[in-house]
Design a protein around this ligand. Structure first.
Ligand SMILES: Cc1ncc(COP(=O)(O)O)c(C=O)c1O
Length: 370
């Protein structure tokens, strides 16, 4: 059996040809593909606004700033997530408050959130871990009652729904990632969606240095004012073209992800040493995650057979030196997040993955845990 990669992008030869044409055109940023990508993203997610960015982290950072988070505020984040979720809070001077997650969804639960609410709580950032929807509606209702801002980290969640609504539309904003392993990729890149026009306008300015006028609205170069201490969080036009093209075929991609998930589940269902989530039509299946006490034996086998895998994530954030030292955190307070880190493994999930490859991966994993 030849190598099975952990992830393969859906970039076609036509897409690379398009990138070449854009590079040759000399119009590398602020171009037409940026706005095409944003419009298509709004359409796909059903959001009022979409704004392209240099990363999902940029989206989270700008969302925290535009929500007014500042020193003295407390913002709740999951203990088990990518460090970007918590860093975005800390960039503003506010404090990231870690809350233990559910084992096995990896998502925040309202009962746990409630235990950490204080008079300083100004926001909650939920993550739809591995594409599995968080308990979004209930958390949003709680936020509304308490006057707390809800933000959504949708880095894994392109194609994730709750009650037929695309995630990212529940909170003030949803931030998506196009890092190479994601469902669609622009190399680095992100997109923020929001249904609040005032919030959108704030983000738009903060994304581009705090400049008050779009390039197309300027009478002459430099004809603008700077009203805020903004950033340069733009995406290039050739990245946007790649994202746009992959998004056009994403429905098909998502359908195949669901077929793959069902096949994994069918193959693993009789193994009592493998824990996994039941099939969900609302999950975007960023990866296919399983959990096992014998995770390290599985890793050894997969490495030997040249089958790609990943771990999302190995160490919960309270274990990371920066946060552990700063807030004197104890791992005992985050038991589920820790178990999640000890037991999870992400298996390949992409449309080009063949059924015979899925079956081979499953057979190898089952053998490894026996
Ligand atoms: C949950 C989560 N949030 C945020 C990010 C950051 O995304 P980006 O690399 O696009 O900044 C990631 C990255 O993979 C992630 O997994």
């Amino acid at each position: 059996m030849k190598e099975i990669k952990f992830s393969i992008s859906n970039i076609t030869n036509k897409d690379t040809e398009l990138v070449k044409n854009i590079l040759n055109s000399g119009w590398l940023t602020h171009g037409k593909y940026t706005s095409l990508f944003e419009k298509e993203f709004s359409k796909f997610t059903g959001s009022k606004h979409a704004i392209s960015l240099s990363s999902c982290t940029a989206g989270l950072h700008l969302s925290c700033l535009a929500s007014g988070f500042k020193k003295g505020d407390e913002i709740i984040v999951p203990a088990q997530t990518h460090t970007a979720t918590a860093h975005a809070v800390e960039y503003t001077g506010a404090k990231a408050i870690f809350v233990d997650v559910d084992f096995i969804t990896g998502n925040l639960r309202l009962e746990e959130i409630k235990k950490k609410i204080t008079s300083k709580t100004k926001g909650i950032i939920i993550v739809h871990m591995a594409g599995y929807p968080c308990d979004t509606k209930n958390i949003l209702n709680f936020c509304k009652r308490k006057n707390i801002t809800l933000l959504e980290d949708c880095a894994h969640a392109l194609g994730t729904y709750e009650s037929k609504k695309h995630v990212g539309n529940f909170g003030k904003s949803g931030s998506f990632s196009f890092y190479p392993t994601k469902q669609i990729t622009t190399g680095e890149g992100g997109m923020l969606i929001t249904n609040d026009t005032v919030f959108f306008n704030k983000i738009k300015k903060l994304k581009a240095f705090g400049i008050d006028k779009d390039i197309k609205d300027r009478n002459k170069p430099g004809d603008y004012d700077v009203k805020d201490l903004g950033f340069n969080y733009r995406m290039t036009d050739f990245q946007a073209a790649l994202g746009f093209k992959q998004l056009l075929s994403y429905k098909k991609n998502l359908k195949r992800r669901h077929e793959i998930a069902k096949r994994y589940i069918k193959n693993f269902i009789n193994s009592d040493k493998i824990i996994m989530m039941p099939y969900s039509k609302n999950c975007s299946y960023f990866v296919f995650q399983i959990f096992s006490k014998k995770r390290d034996d599985i890793i050894k086998t997969l490495k030997h057979l040249k089958i790609g895998f990943s771990v999302h994530y190995l160490n919960p954030l309270p274990k990371m030196s920066y946060y552990k030292k700063k807030y004197k955190l104890r791992l005992n307070d985050f038991k589920n997040a820790n178990n999640y880190g000890l037991m999870n493994i992400s298996l390949p999930m992409y449309p080009k993955l063949k059924n015979s490859e899925i079956d081979f991966i499953c057979k190898s994993v089952v053998k490894a845990v026996k």
